[in-house]
Design a protein around this ligand. Sequence first.
Ligand code: FAD
Ligand code: NAD
Length: 509
Amino acid sequence: MLNVTPSAFPASGSQQRAAAGGRSKVPLKPGRSLMDWIRLTKSGKDLTGLKGRLIEVTEDELSKHNKKEDCWICIRGFVYNVTPYMEYHPGGEDELMKAAGTDGTDLFDQVHRWVNYESMLKECLVGRMAVKPIAALKGVLPEKRVLASSAKDLSPSYDWFQTDSLITIVIYTKQKDMNADLVIVDCQDKQLRGEIIMDDHSYLVEVDLDHAVSEDVAVNIAEKVGKVEIILNKKDNIHWKMLGQPCEGHNTFIKRTDRGLFYRKCKLVSKTEVTHDTKLFCLMLPKGTHLRVPTGQHIYLKHIIAGTEVVKPYTPVLPFLPLDFQEPPCHDGVHLYLMIKIYSHGLFTQALDHLQIGDCISVSNPEGNFKKSQVQTSEDLLLLAGGTGFTPMVKLLNFALTEVSCLRTVKLIFFNKTEDDILWRNQLEQLALKDERFEVQFILSQPSKDWVGKQGKISPSLLSEFVKRSRRDSKVLICICGPTPFTEQGVQYLKDLGYSQEEIHAFTA
Ligand code: FAD
Ligand code: NAD
Protein backbone atom coordinates (compact mmCIF):
# COMPACT_ATOMS: atom_id res chain seq x y z
CA MET A 1 0.00 0.00 0.00
CA LEU A 2 1.25 3.47 -0.80
CA ASN A 3 2.32 5.53 2.15
CA VAL A 4 0.05 8.54 1.85
CA THR A 5 -1.19 11.13 4.31
CA PRO A 6 -4.82 11.52 3.27
CA SER A 7 -5.12 15.20 4.06
CA ALA A 8 -1.80 16.14 2.46
CA PHE A 9 -2.69 15.66 -1.16
CA PRO A 10 -3.57 16.62 -3.68
CA ALA A 11 -2.53 20.13 -2.71
CA SER A 12 -4.84 22.81 -4.05
CA GLY A 13 -3.46 23.66 -7.46
CA SER A 14 -2.06 20.17 -8.04
CA GLN A 15 -3.01 18.51 -11.30
CA GLN A 16 -5.02 15.90 -9.47
CA ARG A 17 -7.30 18.62 -8.26
CA ALA A 18 -7.21 20.70 -11.37
CA ALA A 19 -7.70 17.66 -13.55
CA ALA A 20 -9.36 19.67 -16.28
CA GLY A 21 -6.14 21.43 -17.19
CA GLY A 22 -6.58 24.14 -14.62
CA ARG A 23 -10.20 24.78 -15.56
CA SER A 24 -11.36 23.91 -12.11
CA LYS A 25 -10.13 25.10 -8.78
CA VAL A 26 -12.60 23.32 -6.56
CA PRO A 27 -10.86 22.48 -3.30
CA LEU A 28 -11.48 18.90 -2.28
CA LYS A 29 -12.24 18.12 1.35
CA PRO A 30 -9.47 16.37 3.28
CA GLY A 31 -9.59 12.63 2.68
CA ARG A 32 -11.09 13.03 -0.80
CA SER A 33 -7.98 12.59 -2.98
CA LEU A 34 -7.69 10.14 -5.87
CA MET A 35 -5.83 7.75 -3.58
CA ASP A 36 -8.70 7.94 -1.06
CA TRP A 37 -11.13 7.16 -3.88
CA ILE A 38 -9.04 4.17 -4.96
CA ARG A 39 -9.08 2.97 -1.34
CA LEU A 40 -12.87 3.30 -1.14
CA THR A 41 -13.33 1.33 -4.37
CA LYS A 42 -11.21 -1.46 -2.91
CA SER A 43 -13.09 -1.53 0.40
CA GLY A 44 -15.79 -3.92 -0.83
CA LYS A 45 -18.52 -1.34 -0.11
CA ASP A 46 -21.56 -1.54 -2.40
CA LEU A 47 -21.12 1.71 -4.37
CA THR A 48 -23.99 1.23 -6.81
CA GLY A 49 -26.70 0.26 -4.33
CA LEU A 50 -27.40 -2.80 -6.52
CA LYS A 51 -25.28 -5.31 -4.61
CA GLY A 52 -23.12 -6.13 -7.65
CA ARG A 53 -26.09 -6.74 -9.98
CA LEU A 54 -25.79 -5.17 -13.46
CA ILE A 55 -28.96 -3.92 -15.11
CA GLU A 56 -30.05 -2.67 -18.50
CA VAL A 57 -30.87 1.03 -18.22
CA THR A 58 -33.43 2.77 -20.39
CA GLU A 59 -33.21 6.48 -21.15
CA ASP A 60 -36.30 7.04 -18.99
CA GLU A 61 -34.72 5.29 -16.05
CA LEU A 62 -31.43 7.17 -16.49
CA SER A 63 -33.19 10.53 -16.49
CA LYS A 64 -34.83 9.78 -13.12
CA HIS A 65 -31.41 9.62 -11.40
CA ASN A 66 -30.57 13.30 -11.70
CA LYS A 67 -30.03 14.43 -8.12
CA LYS A 68 -26.80 14.70 -6.14
CA GLU A 69 -27.92 12.00 -3.74
CA ASP A 70 -29.04 9.76 -6.61
CA CYS A 71 -27.00 10.53 -9.69
CA TRP A 72 -26.44 8.25 -12.67
CA ILE A 73 -24.39 9.20 -15.74
CA CYS A 74 -23.90 7.34 -19.00
CA ILE A 75 -20.36 7.28 -20.48
CA ARG A 76 -19.81 5.43 -23.76
CA GLY A 77 -22.90 3.30 -23.30
CA PHE A 78 -22.19 2.34 -19.68
CA VAL A 79 -24.17 3.78 -16.79
CA TYR A 80 -22.46 4.70 -13.51
CA ASN A 81 -23.87 5.71 -10.16
CA VAL A 82 -21.60 8.69 -9.46
CA THR A 83 -23.13 9.77 -6.17
CA PRO A 84 -20.35 8.14 -4.08
CA TYR A 85 -17.74 9.79 -6.37
CA MET A 86 -19.17 13.35 -6.08
CA GLU A 87 -16.87 14.56 -3.33
CA TYR A 88 -13.80 13.05 -4.99
CA HIS A 89 -14.31 14.65 -8.39
CA PRO A 90 -11.48 17.14 -9.03
CA GLY A 91 -13.77 19.33 -11.13
CA GLY A 92 -16.31 19.59 -8.33
CA GLU A 93 -19.87 18.38 -7.84
CA ASP A 94 -21.43 21.03 -10.07
CA GLU A 95 -19.40 19.94 -13.07
CA LEU A 96 -20.46 16.34 -12.56
CA MET A 97 -24.09 17.38 -12.08
CA LYS A 98 -24.11 18.91 -15.60
CA ALA A 99 -24.35 15.34 -16.89
CA ALA A 100 -26.72 14.02 -14.20
CA GLY A 101 -29.30 11.61 -15.59
CA THR A 102 -27.96 11.97 -19.15
CA ASP A 103 -25.29 10.79 -21.56
CA GLY A 104 -22.17 12.63 -20.39
CA THR A 105 -19.75 11.17 -22.96
CA ASP A 106 -19.29 14.36 -24.99
CA LEU A 107 -19.01 16.51 -21.88
CA PHE A 108 -16.32 14.26 -20.40
CA ASP A 109 -14.45 14.01 -23.70
CA GLN A 110 -14.45 17.79 -24.12
CA VAL A 111 -13.13 18.48 -20.67
CA HIS A 112 -10.79 15.58 -19.90
CA ARG A 113 -10.86 12.89 -22.49
CA TRP A 114 -7.56 11.51 -21.20
CA VAL A 115 -9.04 10.53 -17.83
CA ASN A 116 -10.12 6.91 -17.93
CA TYR A 117 -13.49 7.11 -16.20
CA GLU A 118 -14.23 3.51 -17.11
CA SER A 119 -11.37 2.44 -14.84
CA MET A 120 -11.92 5.10 -12.20
CA LEU A 121 -15.64 4.35 -11.85
CA LYS A 122 -15.65 0.59 -12.41
CA GLU A 123 -17.04 -0.10 -8.94
CA CYS A 124 -19.92 2.33 -9.67
CA LEU A 125 -21.11 0.49 -12.78
CA VAL A 126 -24.88 0.11 -12.79
CA GLY A 127 -25.12 -1.51 -16.23
CA ARG A 128 -25.40 -0.84 -19.94
CA MET A 129 -27.80 1.44 -21.74
CA ALA A 130 -30.62 -0.55 -23.31
CA VAL A 131 -30.21 -0.62 -27.11
CA LYS A 132 -32.78 1.49 -28.92
CA PRO A 133 -34.76 0.17 -31.88
CA ILE A 134 -33.05 1.16 -35.18
CA ALA A 135 -35.86 3.55 -36.21
CA ALA A 136 -35.40 5.59 -33.07
CA LEU A 137 -31.68 5.92 -33.76
CA LYS A 138 -32.22 7.80 -37.01
CA GLY A 139 -31.44 11.45 -36.67
CA VAL A 140 -29.03 10.86 -33.81
CA LEU A 141 -26.13 9.59 -35.88
CA PRO A 142 -22.90 10.15 -33.96
CA GLU A 143 -21.34 13.51 -34.82
CA LYS A 144 -18.13 11.91 -36.02
CA ARG A 145 -19.91 10.12 -38.89
CA VAL A 146 -21.50 13.34 -40.05
CA LEU A 147 -18.10 15.00 -39.85
CA ALA A 148 -16.45 12.22 -41.80
CA SER A 149 -18.81 12.61 -44.72
CA SER A 150 -18.67 16.42 -44.77
CA ALA A 151 -14.88 16.23 -44.85
CA LYS A 152 -15.02 13.61 -47.60
CA ASP A 153 -13.19 15.64 -50.25
CA LEU A 154 -10.25 16.17 -47.94
CA SER A 155 -10.19 12.61 -46.72
CA PRO A 156 -6.98 10.67 -47.35
CA SER A 157 -7.10 7.22 -48.93
CA TYR A 158 -4.79 4.23 -48.85
CA ASP A 159 -3.60 1.41 -51.03
CA TRP A 160 -1.16 -1.45 -50.51
CA PHE A 161 1.10 -3.67 -52.56
CA GLN A 162 3.64 -6.40 -51.96
CA THR A 163 6.87 -7.91 -53.14
CA ASP A 164 8.26 -11.28 -52.04
CA SER A 165 9.59 -9.79 -48.84
CA LEU A 166 7.79 -6.46 -48.27
CA ILE A 167 4.34 -5.06 -47.71
CA THR A 168 3.97 -1.38 -48.53
CA ILE A 169 0.96 0.59 -47.42
CA VAL A 170 0.64 3.92 -49.21
CA ILE A 171 -1.45 6.70 -47.73
CA TYR A 172 -2.36 9.59 -50.00
CA THR A 173 -3.02 12.46 -47.62
CA LYS A 174 -3.63 15.17 -50.25
CA GLN A 175 -1.81 17.48 -47.81
CA LYS A 176 1.26 19.23 -49.19
CA ASP A 177 3.21 19.97 -46.01
CA MET A 178 3.20 16.44 -44.61
CA ASN A 179 6.11 15.68 -42.26
CA ALA A 180 7.37 13.03 -39.84
CA ASP A 181 5.74 14.72 -36.82
CA LEU A 182 2.33 14.03 -38.35
CA VAL A 183 2.74 10.29 -38.90
CA ILE A 184 2.41 7.86 -36.01
CA VAL A 185 2.84 4.17 -36.74
CA ASP A 186 2.66 1.21 -34.38
CA CYS A 187 3.20 -2.33 -35.52
CA GLN A 188 3.23 -5.00 -32.86
CA ASP A 189 2.62 -8.69 -33.46
CA LYS A 190 0.10 -8.67 -36.27
CA GLN A 191 -1.53 -5.35 -35.38
CA LEU A 192 -0.79 -2.38 -37.59
CA ARG A 193 -1.96 1.11 -36.68
CA GLY A 194 -0.99 4.14 -38.73
CA GLU A 195 -2.40 7.53 -37.80
CA ILE A 196 -1.93 10.68 -39.87
CA ILE A 197 -2.56 14.00 -38.16
CA MET A 198 -4.06 16.66 -40.42
CA ASP A 199 -4.82 19.85 -38.47
CA ASP A 200 -7.62 18.94 -36.08
CA HIS A 201 -8.45 15.72 -37.96
CA SER A 202 -6.91 12.29 -37.93
CA TYR A 203 -6.85 9.57 -40.56
CA LEU A 204 -6.39 6.00 -39.41
CA VAL A 205 -5.31 2.78 -41.06
CA GLU A 206 -5.77 -0.02 -38.53
CA VAL A 207 -5.71 -3.67 -39.47
CA ASP A 208 -5.13 -7.05 -38.01
CA LEU A 209 -2.53 -8.14 -40.58
CA ASP A 210 -3.06 -11.29 -42.63
CA HIS A 211 0.38 -12.69 -41.76
CA ALA A 212 3.21 -11.99 -39.37
CA VAL A 213 5.73 -9.22 -40.06
CA SER A 214 9.05 -8.46 -38.38
CA GLU A 215 9.41 -5.61 -35.90
CA ASP A 216 11.27 -3.34 -38.32
CA VAL A 217 8.97 -0.76 -39.81
CA ALA A 218 10.09 1.96 -42.20
CA VAL A 219 8.16 5.15 -42.83
CA ASN A 220 8.84 7.22 -45.95
CA ILE A 221 7.23 10.58 -46.47
CA ALA A 222 7.08 12.43 -49.75
CA GLU A 223 6.48 15.81 -48.10
CA LYS A 224 5.59 17.81 -51.20
CA VAL A 225 2.94 15.44 -52.52
CA GLY A 226 1.72 14.30 -49.10
CA LYS A 227 2.33 10.59 -49.72
CA VAL A 228 3.18 8.38 -46.76
CA GLU A 229 4.57 4.87 -47.16
CA ILE A 230 4.63 2.35 -44.33
CA ILE A 231 6.94 -0.51 -45.24
CA LEU A 232 6.68 -3.81 -43.38
CA ASN A 233 8.97 -6.84 -43.68
CA LYS A 234 7.18 -10.13 -44.18
CA LYS A 235 8.29 -12.86 -41.79
CA ASP A 236 7.65 -15.52 -44.41
CA ASN A 237 8.01 -15.02 -48.14
CA ILE A 238 4.47 -15.94 -48.98
CA HIS A 239 1.91 -14.15 -51.11
CA TRP A 240 -0.71 -12.26 -49.05
CA LYS A 241 -4.26 -12.48 -50.39
CA MET A 242 -5.32 -9.45 -48.39
CA LEU A 243 -3.75 -6.84 -46.10
CA GLY A 244 -5.75 -8.10 -43.15
CA GLN A 245 -8.97 -7.62 -41.22
CA PRO A 246 -9.95 -3.98 -40.72
CA CYS A 247 -10.25 -2.87 -37.09
CA GLU A 248 -13.02 -0.60 -35.80
CA GLY A 249 -11.52 2.78 -36.69
CA HIS A 250 -9.90 1.63 -39.93
CA ASN A 251 -9.99 4.06 -42.88
CA THR A 252 -11.79 6.79 -40.93
CA PHE A 253 -11.05 10.51 -41.11
CA ILE A 254 -12.46 12.13 -38.01
CA LYS A 255 -11.81 14.92 -35.53
CA ARG A 256 -8.76 14.19 -33.37
CA THR A 257 -10.81 14.76 -30.25
CA ASP A 258 -13.16 11.95 -31.33
CA ARG A 259 -10.31 9.47 -31.62
CA GLY A 260 -9.46 7.62 -28.40
CA LEU A 261 -5.93 8.13 -27.09
CA PHE A 262 -3.67 5.31 -28.25
CA TYR A 263 -0.96 4.02 -25.92
CA ARG A 264 2.06 1.80 -26.46
CA LYS A 265 4.33 0.32 -23.79
CA CYS A 266 7.76 1.91 -23.53
CA LYS A 267 10.72 0.60 -21.57
CA LEU A 268 12.51 2.74 -18.99
CA VAL A 269 16.16 2.72 -20.04
CA SER A 270 17.66 5.29 -17.68
CA LYS A 271 16.80 7.66 -14.87
CA THR A 272 19.27 10.44 -14.05
CA GLU A 273 19.20 13.21 -11.49
CA VAL A 274 18.66 16.76 -12.73
CA THR A 275 18.19 18.41 -9.32
CA HIS A 276 17.46 17.19 -5.77
CA ASP A 277 13.86 16.33 -6.73
CA THR A 278 13.77 16.22 -10.52
CA LYS A 279 14.85 13.37 -12.77
CA LEU A 280 15.37 12.82 -16.47
CA PHE A 281 13.57 9.65 -17.49
CA CYS A 282 14.62 8.08 -20.76
CA LEU A 283 12.02 5.78 -22.30
CA MET A 284 12.56 3.60 -25.34
CA LEU A 285 9.81 3.31 -27.92
CA PRO A 286 9.02 -0.21 -29.13
CA LYS A 287 10.81 -1.21 -32.33
CA GLY A 288 7.68 -1.12 -34.45
CA THR A 289 6.75 2.41 -33.39
CA HIS A 290 7.33 5.60 -35.36
CA LEU A 291 6.48 8.54 -33.11
CA ARG A 292 7.85 12.04 -32.75
CA VAL A 293 6.51 14.49 -30.23
CA PRO A 294 6.29 17.90 -31.91
CA THR A 295 7.69 21.00 -30.21
CA GLY A 296 5.23 22.34 -27.66
CA GLN A 297 3.20 19.14 -27.37
CA HIS A 298 2.86 16.69 -24.49
CA ILE A 299 2.13 13.00 -24.11
CA TYR A 300 0.21 11.17 -21.39
CA LEU A 301 1.76 8.48 -19.23
CA LYS A 302 -0.61 5.79 -18.02
CA HIS A 303 0.12 3.50 -15.13
CA ILE A 304 -1.95 1.21 -12.95
CA ILE A 305 -1.77 2.38 -9.36
CA ALA A 306 -3.46 0.19 -6.76
CA GLY A 307 -5.56 -1.39 -9.51
CA THR A 308 -6.76 1.88 -11.04
CA GLU A 309 -5.51 3.42 -14.27
CA VAL A 310 -3.98 6.81 -13.56
CA VAL A 311 -3.01 9.14 -16.41
CA LYS A 312 -0.84 12.29 -16.24
CA PRO A 313 0.54 14.61 -18.93
CA TYR A 314 4.28 15.24 -19.44
CA THR A 315 6.18 17.31 -22.00
CA PRO A 316 9.14 15.55 -23.62
CA VAL A 317 12.46 17.41 -23.61
CA LEU A 318 15.82 16.85 -25.32
CA PRO A 319 18.51 14.83 -23.49
CA PHE A 320 20.46 18.11 -23.11
CA LEU A 321 20.45 21.62 -24.56
CA PRO A 322 22.49 21.38 -27.74
CA LEU A 323 25.09 24.13 -27.87
CA ASP A 324 26.33 23.43 -31.37
CA PHE A 325 23.59 24.72 -33.56
CA GLN A 326 25.23 23.40 -36.70
CA GLU A 327 24.12 19.92 -35.63
CA PRO A 328 20.58 18.73 -36.35
CA PRO A 329 18.30 18.56 -33.29
CA CYS A 330 19.17 15.45 -31.33
CA HIS A 331 16.16 13.22 -31.41
CA ASP A 332 16.91 9.76 -32.69
CA GLY A 333 13.29 8.69 -33.05
CA VAL A 334 13.78 5.88 -30.55
CA HIS A 335 14.14 7.57 -27.17
CA LEU A 336 11.79 9.85 -25.33
CA TYR A 337 13.18 12.09 -22.57
CA LEU A 338 10.97 13.34 -19.75
CA MET A 339 12.08 15.74 -17.04
CA ILE A 340 9.86 14.99 -14.07
CA LYS A 341 9.69 16.46 -10.58
CA ILE A 342 9.06 13.81 -7.95
CA TYR A 343 6.67 15.11 -5.29
CA SER A 344 6.97 13.48 -1.89
CA HIS A 345 3.18 13.08 -1.72
CA GLY A 346 2.60 12.78 -5.45
CA LEU A 347 0.44 9.84 -6.47
CA PHE A 348 1.86 9.41 -9.95
CA THR A 349 5.40 10.72 -9.54
CA GLN A 350 5.99 8.43 -6.55
CA ALA A 351 4.92 5.48 -8.70
CA LEU A 352 7.21 6.71 -11.52
CA ASP A 353 10.11 7.05 -9.13
CA HIS A 354 9.64 3.44 -8.11
CA LEU A 355 9.93 2.16 -11.68
CA GLN A 356 13.05 0.07 -12.22
CA ILE A 357 15.22 0.16 -15.34
CA GLY A 358 13.60 -2.27 -17.79
CA ASP A 359 10.07 -1.69 -16.45
CA CYS A 360 7.44 -0.57 -18.93
CA ILE A 361 4.98 2.32 -18.87
CA SER A 362 2.28 3.28 -21.37
CA VAL A 363 2.87 6.40 -23.47
CA SER A 364 0.11 8.07 -25.51
CA ASN A 365 0.17 9.84 -28.84
CA PRO A 366 1.13 13.52 -28.59
CA GLU A 367 -1.40 16.28 -27.99
CA GLY A 368 -1.33 20.05 -27.69
CA ASN A 369 -2.32 23.14 -29.59
CA PHE A 370 1.03 24.88 -29.98
CA LYS A 371 1.96 25.63 -33.58
CA LYS A 372 5.60 26.16 -34.60
CA SER A 373 4.43 28.73 -37.13
CA GLN A 374 3.73 31.05 -34.17
CA VAL A 375 7.51 31.22 -33.62
CA GLN A 376 8.44 31.33 -37.28
CA THR A 377 6.84 34.73 -37.74
CA SER A 378 8.27 36.32 -34.56
CA GLU A 379 11.25 38.59 -34.04
CA ASP A 380 11.33 38.40 -30.23
CA LEU A 381 10.59 35.21 -28.31
CA LEU A 382 9.99 35.49 -24.57
CA LEU A 383 9.67 32.37 -22.48
CA LEU A 384 8.23 32.58 -18.96
CA ALA A 385 8.69 29.34 -17.03
CA GLY A 386 7.82 28.36 -13.45
CA GLY A 387 9.52 25.19 -12.11
CA THR A 388 8.94 22.23 -14.43
CA GLY A 389 6.99 24.62 -16.65
CA PHE A 390 10.47 24.81 -18.20
CA THR A 391 9.88 21.51 -20.05
CA PRO A 392 8.00 22.86 -23.12
CA MET A 393 10.62 25.61 -23.39
CA VAL A 394 13.43 23.11 -24.06
CA LYS A 395 12.46 22.03 -27.57
CA LEU A 396 11.09 25.48 -28.24
CA LEU A 397 14.45 27.08 -27.45
CA ASN A 398 16.28 24.62 -29.63
CA PHE A 399 13.85 25.10 -32.50
CA ALA A 400 13.94 28.89 -32.22
CA LEU A 401 17.74 29.13 -32.16
CA THR A 402 18.37 26.54 -34.88
CA GLU A 403 15.56 26.99 -37.33
CA VAL A 404 14.05 30.46 -37.08
CA SER A 405 16.16 33.00 -38.88
CA CYS A 406 13.97 36.07 -38.27
CA LEU A 407 14.33 35.87 -34.47
CA ARG A 408 16.45 38.69 -33.05
CA THR A 409 16.11 37.91 -29.34
CA VAL A 410 15.18 34.85 -27.29
CA LYS A 411 14.77 35.44 -23.58
CA LEU A 412 13.97 32.90 -20.86
CA ILE A 413 12.68 34.25 -17.56
CA PHE A 414 12.85 31.29 -15.23
CA PHE A 415 10.98 31.42 -11.91
CA ASN A 416 11.97 28.95 -9.20
CA LYS A 417 11.77 28.65 -5.45
CA THR A 418 15.48 28.24 -4.66
CA GLU A 419 18.81 28.05 -6.50
CA ASP A 420 18.79 24.27 -6.05
CA ASP A 421 15.53 24.05 -7.97
CA ILE A 422 16.87 25.63 -11.18
CA LEU A 423 16.79 23.04 -13.94
CA TRP A 424 19.78 22.87 -16.30
CA ARG A 425 21.20 26.13 -14.95
CA ASN A 426 24.72 25.44 -16.27
CA GLN A 427 23.49 24.50 -19.69
CA LEU A 428 21.34 27.62 -19.90
CA GLU A 429 24.22 29.85 -18.84
CA GLN A 430 26.51 28.22 -21.38
CA LEU A 431 23.92 28.68 -24.09
CA ALA A 432 23.63 32.37 -23.23
CA LEU A 433 27.41 32.72 -23.58
CA LYS A 434 27.44 30.88 -26.86
CA ASP A 435 24.51 32.53 -28.63
CA GLU A 436 24.19 36.28 -28.34
CA ARG A 437 20.50 36.19 -29.26
CA PHE A 438 19.76 34.20 -26.08
CA GLU A 439 19.48 35.62 -22.57
CA VAL A 440 18.38 33.92 -19.35
CA GLN A 441 17.13 35.52 -16.15
CA PHE A 442 16.57 33.49 -12.97
CA ILE A 443 14.06 34.78 -10.43
CA LEU A 444 13.70 33.08 -7.04
CA SER A 445 10.67 33.15 -4.77
CA GLN A 446 12.42 31.64 -1.72
CA PRO A 447 16.08 32.64 -2.15
CA SER A 448 18.79 32.08 0.42
CA LYS A 449 20.37 35.22 1.86
CA ASP A 450 23.36 34.75 -0.48
CA TRP A 451 21.28 35.13 -3.64
CA VAL A 452 22.22 38.34 -5.40
CA GLY A 453 19.90 37.88 -8.37
CA LYS A 454 16.29 38.89 -8.80
CA GLN A 455 13.67 37.66 -6.40
CA GLY A 456 9.90 37.48 -6.13
CA LYS A 457 6.98 35.84 -7.87
CA ILE A 458 5.49 36.77 -11.20
CA SER A 459 4.28 40.39 -10.95
CA PRO A 460 3.51 43.37 -13.22
CA SER A 461 6.73 45.10 -12.16
CA LEU A 462 8.96 42.08 -12.86
CA LEU A 463 7.28 41.54 -16.20
CA SER A 464 7.54 45.17 -17.27
CA GLU A 465 11.25 45.04 -16.37
CA PHE A 466 12.03 41.89 -18.39
CA VAL A 467 9.37 41.50 -21.06
CA LYS A 468 10.21 44.00 -23.79
CA ARG A 469 10.19 44.26 -27.55
CA SER A 470 13.66 44.64 -29.05
CA ARG A 471 12.23 47.33 -31.33
CA ARG A 472 9.10 49.38 -30.84
CA ASP A 473 7.16 47.55 -33.54
CA SER A 474 8.82 44.11 -33.43
CA LYS A 475 6.65 41.00 -33.61
CA VAL A 476 6.73 39.21 -30.30
CA LEU A 477 5.64 35.81 -29.03
CA ILE A 478 5.43 35.20 -25.28
CA CYS A 479 5.12 31.60 -24.10
CA ILE A 480 4.22 30.89 -20.51
CA CYS A 481 4.11 27.66 -18.51
CA GLY A 482 4.15 26.74 -14.83
CA PRO A 483 1.79 26.17 -11.90
CA THR A 484 -1.77 27.12 -12.87
CA PRO A 485 -1.90 30.34 -10.75
CA PHE A 486 1.48 31.39 -12.20
CA THR A 487 0.24 30.94 -15.76
CA GLU A 488 -3.13 32.57 -15.13
CA GLN A 489 -1.64 35.59 -13.36
CA GLY A 490 1.11 35.89 -15.95
CA VAL A 491 -1.35 35.98 -18.84
CA GLN A 492 -3.44 38.64 -17.08
CA TYR A 493 -0.41 40.84 -16.29
CA LEU A 494 0.82 40.55 -19.89
CA LYS A 495 -2.57 41.65 -21.17
CA ASP A 496 -2.55 44.53 -18.70
CA LEU A 497 0.85 45.49 -20.12
CA GLY A 498 -0.72 45.74 -23.56
CA TYR A 499 0.22 42.42 -25.15
CA SER A 500 -2.54 40.92 -27.28
CA GLN A 501 -4.01 37.41 -26.99
CA GLU A 502 -2.27 36.48 -30.29
CA GLU A 503 1.10 37.42 -28.82
CA ILE A 504 0.69 35.08 -25.84
CA HIS A 505 0.72 31.27 -25.76
CA ALA A 506 -0.08 29.62 -22.43
CA PHE A 507 0.76 25.92 -22.08
CA THR A 508 -2.01 24.06 -20.28
CA ALA A 509 -3.37 20.51 -20.52
P1 FAD B 1 -0.49 14.83 -7.28
O1 FAD B 1 -0.86 13.54 -6.65
O2 FAD B 1 -1.40 15.45 -8.27
O3 FAD B 1 -0.17 15.85 -6.20
C1 FAD B 1 0.33 15.35 -5.00
C2 FAD B 1 1.32 16.23 -4.32
O4 FAD B 1 2.28 16.65 -5.25
C3 FAD B 1 0.78 17.52 -3.73
O5 FAD B 1 0.30 17.36 -2.48
C4 FAD B 1 1.99 18.36 -3.72
O6 FAD B 1 2.79 18.03 -2.63
C5 FAD B 1 2.67 17.94 -4.91
N1 FAD B 1 2.37 18.81 -6.06
C6 FAD B 1 1.74 18.48 -7.19
N2 FAD B 1 1.73 19.51 -8.03
C7 FAD B 1 2.36 20.52 -7.40
C8 FAD B 1 2.70 21.84 -7.75
N3 FAD B 1 2.41 22.37 -8.94
N4 FAD B 1 3.35 22.61 -6.85
C9 FAD B 1 3.70 22.13 -5.68
N5 FAD B 1 3.42 20.87 -5.28
C10 FAD B 1 2.77 20.08 -6.14
N6 FAD B 1 5.39 17.71 -14.60
C11 FAD B 1 6.71 17.44 -14.72
O7 FAD B 1 7.38 17.20 -13.72
N7 FAD B 1 7.31 17.44 -15.96
C12 FAD B 1 6.62 17.69 -17.11
O8 FAD B 1 7.18 17.64 -18.20
C13 FAD B 1 5.23 17.98 -16.99
N8 FAD B 1 4.48 18.24 -18.09
C14 FAD B 1 3.16 18.57 -17.95
C15 FAD B 1 2.43 18.89 -19.09
C16 FAD B 1 1.13 19.29 -18.95
C17 FAD B 1 0.33 19.64 -20.19
C18 FAD B 1 0.54 19.38 -17.67
C19 FAD B 1 -0.88 19.83 -17.50
C20 FAD B 1 1.24 19.01 -16.55
C21 FAD B 1 2.57 18.60 -16.67
N9 FAD B 1 3.31 18.21 -15.56
C22 FAD B 1 4.65 17.97 -15.69
C23 FAD B 1 2.66 17.95 -14.25
C24 FAD B 1 2.25 16.46 -14.15
O9 FAD B 1 1.24 16.17 -15.09
C25 FAD B 1 1.70 16.06 -12.77
O10 FAD B 1 0.68 16.94 -12.42
C26 FAD B 1 2.78 16.07 -11.70
O11 FAD B 1 3.78 15.12 -12.08
C27 FAD B 1 2.25 15.71 -10.30
O12 FAD B 1 1.65 14.47 -10.34
P2 FAD B 1 1.43 13.60 -9.02
O13 FAD B 1 0.33 12.61 -9.33
O14 FAD B 1 2.71 13.04 -8.55
O15 FAD B 1 0.95 14.67 -7.97
P1 NAD C 1 7.14 25.22 -7.99
O1 NAD C 1 6.14 24.98 -6.94
O2 NAD C 1 8.55 24.78 -7.74
O3 NAD C 1 7.12 26.76 -8.36
C1 NAD C 1 8.02 27.35 -9.30
C2 NAD C 1 7.80 28.82 -9.32
O4 NAD C 1 6.50 29.09 -9.84
C3 NAD C 1 7.81 29.48 -7.95
O5 NAD C 1 9.11 29.78 -7.55
C4 NAD C 1 7.00 30.73 -8.19
O6 NAD C 1 7.77 31.74 -8.79
C5 NAD C 1 5.98 30.25 -9.19
N1 NAD C 1 4.74 29.92 -8.49
C6 NAD C 1 4.44 28.78 -7.83
N2 NAD C 1 3.22 28.87 -7.29
C7 NAD C 1 2.75 30.10 -7.61
C8 NAD C 1 1.55 30.78 -7.34
N3 NAD C 1 0.58 30.22 -6.62
N4 NAD C 1 1.39 32.02 -7.83
C9 NAD C 1 2.36 32.62 -8.56
N5 NAD C 1 3.53 32.01 -8.86
C10 NAD C 1 3.71 30.77 -8.38
O7 NAD C 1 6.64 24.59 -9.36
P2 NAD C 1 6.64 23.08 -9.77
O8 NAD C 1 6.41 22.23 -8.56
O9 NAD C 1 7.87 22.78 -10.57
O10 NAD C 1 5.37 22.99 -10.68
C11 NAD C 1 5.41 23.23 -12.03
C12 NAD C 1 4.00 23.31 -12.59
O11 NAD C 1 4.08 23.44 -13.99
C13 NAD C 1 3.11 22.13 -12.28
O12 NAD C 1 1.88 22.60 -11.82
C14 NAD C 1 2.92 21.47 -13.62
O13 NAD C 1 1.66 20.89 -13.76
C15 NAD C 1 3.08 22.62 -14.59
N6 NAD C 1 3.55 22.19 -15.91
C16 NAD C 1 2.71 22.40 -16.95
C17 NAD C 1 3.10 22.02 -18.21
C18 NAD C 1 2.20 22.28 -19.39
O14 NAD C 1 2.54 22.07 -20.52
N7 NAD C 1 1.00 22.72 -19.19
C19 NAD C 1 4.35 21.46 -18.42
C20 NAD C 1 5.19 21.26 -17.34
C21 NAD C 1 4.77 21.63 -16.06
